[in-house]
Design a protein around this ligand. Structure first.
Ligand code: PMV
Length: 333
């Protein structure tokens, strides 16, 4: 067992969205999603076993100590997963938790619709395995990460990752070298943390949106089409379906009572600007999540044209591609 482990994990951006949970299990998705683990932004997490108990786990995110019910659920599941593997060591998982300090930093805006919870919980699951030297399978860690955040199940793998409706773990659809020309251009409209978390949002929508059952039904065909579009590296099909998926997800929010609106005026300006580019023959589409940021989807050959159209924006877009998935940075005995 190590006394310290530092790991990195990248957020996973959904091209077809997970939005809504089944009535059973923890964060079991009502819709199948496909996401891309990103290269270029990351969560870096250091897990340290202190000499003495500190009433842990003590969890800091970007320097601020956090109490979140998500962590309680996560650590209850972690206990079930890791306890049998710790028997030979004579140390119980609750002793470890008591001494555990977690320090997590994102090099991108947190809780602002950039999937920081996916990389945060993914890094925590992957980091515990590195700290305890348990060498669990990725799929077991994916299931653990899911208990903290549904989209985190996808961050345990690099490249393109699918997470099927009713499933407890994600799996890789294609590696990070499958589509090297694929680019995500993130336009940060607001770096402020959102008022309604994805979790609270999707639960409220499921209860009150008349569009929710149609969304769930329709997502099945979008998932199938996206799967083949990604495997064929078909940018036009990928972009078109990604657009349908996020806009139909937002349709469930607009139809809910009370309605949920994550968009800002600038989000809509960017959507229109991208539409203008498409009408000029530039192959660019976009997606959005539970926040105001717009993420353009294109290939390297069209990147310069996309960037040129936004050269007057104050905040610089972030350019990302497919990432490798979580990595151990260093460990200490
Ligand atoms: O895993 P959560 O609770 O952060 O929810 C993720 C929801 C979306 O980002 C909107 C969609 C997705 O599949 O990542």
């Amino acid at each position: 067992m190590n006394t310290q482990a530092t790991v990195s994990a990248q957020p996973n951006l959904a091209l077809v969205k997970y939005w809504g949970k089944k009535n059973r299990g923890i964060n079991v998705p009502a819709t199948s999603s496909i996401g891309l683990t990103l290269n270029g932004i990351e969560t870096r997490t250091t897990l340290t076993l202190m000499d003495r108990g500190t009433g842990g786990p003590r969890i800091k995110v970007n320097g601020t100590e956090l109490q979140d019910s998500r962590f309680e659920v996560f650590f209850r599941q972690a206990e079930k997963l890791f306890s049998p593997r710790l028997r030979q060591t004579g140390i119980s998982f609750s002793d470890i938790i008591e001494k555990l300090a977690v320090d997590s930093t994102n090099n991108f805006p947190t809780a602002a619709g950039l999937a920081s919870s996916s990389s945060g919980l993914g890094a925590l699951a992957f980091g515990l395995d590195a700290l305890l030297e348990t060498r669990l399978e990725r799929s077991a860690l994916s299931a653990l990460a899911r208990s903290g955040s549904g989209s985190a199940a996808r961050t345990l793998y690099g490249g393109f990752v699918e997470f099927r409706e009713g499933s407890t773990r994600a799996r890789q659809l294609a590696g990070n070298d499958h589509w090297p020309e694929f680019r995500v251009v993130v336009f940060t409209v607001s770096a402020q943390a959102k008022k309604t978390s994805s979790r609270a949002g999707m639960n409220a929508i499921k209860k009150s949106s008349p569009c929710f059952p149609a969304w769930v039904r329709d997502s099945r065909s979008l998932f199938k089409e996206m799967r083949s579009a990604v495997l064929d590296r078909d940018i036009e099909k990928t972009g078109t379906i990604a657009r349908l998926s996020y806009l139909r997800m937002f349709a469930t929010m607009f139809a809910a009572n009370p309605p949920l609106v994550y968009w800002q005026p600038e989000s809509i300006e960017i959507i229109h600007a991208l539409e203008d580019l498409r009408s000029q023959g530039i192959a660019v589409w976009e997606t959005m999540d539970a926040g105001p940021q717009v993420k353009a989807l294109c290939e390297e050959k069209d990147l310069a044209d996309v960037l040129a159209a936004f050269h007057n924006r104050e905040s610089r877009p972030i350019i990302l591609s497919a990432g490798k998935g979580p990595e151990v940075i260093e460990t200490w005995k």
